[in-house]
Design a protein around this ligand. Sequence first.
Ligand SMILES: [Mg+2]
Length: 316
Amino acid sequence: MDDMIEVIVNTEVRQRDATEAITIAISARALFDMEEEHELFLTEGIEEYINQQISNEDVPLKEGIVMPFVKAVQMVNVKLLERNPEEKQLFEVILLSTHSAESGLRIINSVNYYGLDISKFCFLSGKDPTKYLLSHNVKLFLSACESSVCNALKKRIPAARVMQQDIQTAGNQLKVAFDGDSVLFSDETDVVFKEKGLDEVIKYEKNLEHIPIGEGPFKAFAMILGEMKKKFSPENDPICTYLVTARSGNDLGVRAIKTLRNWGLKIDEAFFMAGSPKGPILAHIQPHIFFDDNASNIEGARKVGTPSALVPSGCI
Ligand SMILES: [Mg+2]
């Protein structure tokens, strides 16, 4: 194998207008459940991995955690084109693999098997998969690799790490749930809370009530969804967004709500959980993806089948 080869496959027919597309980059290990294959790579080495992928080229990979999200995103594209056949501001999904094109045919075959509209496949032969994110104008990056996610966040690209899990999603809308602090919002309030405790953080928020909270790593992606929602009437809106925050409504909710208002970001449903577990409400919502920076919130969400993506802190 020539490990210097990098291959980017464009499926010309599906290519979006790069200036207007909302590009989402997903690693192959996020889209497909490749845990057995990854384990083989780790234990037996790259040659065994390649041989296994080639000999199973026609065997579709198992659906992974991000698959329902990708299908829902593509449903939104259909709705956008129904509304306006000339619509250019569509989601574009590109797939990144750190393996070579030689072993990538199974991935391409699997994408075709599930009928997914993936416009580009990038096979990077061990190279950093985040190095093309900026040139592809990526607006969201989902990966199973924590260091790749951190690298993307350093480039100021909304990014989160997923792990394979049992998933339960429902509904005919794209449903995206966001945590507040350190996800939509910056970590400024988290820092005060960790350093000084709840009483002081309540005073801090009260004093700054009229000043928006800093922008978090996922503000930009939430704004994109917010803008897209404006194209639809409420009864035909194919996107539903949720804020599920540990903040309490009475003490800590005011500044959060005023911040969203200041940004012009309309969130469909907001849940101020006052520190209660988020799992039960997420089990009810059944979003296609939930973003949180807190590992125990992610664990609670995973337990109820919510596809969960960790936004690691400390990368930036
Ligand atoms: Mg948080």
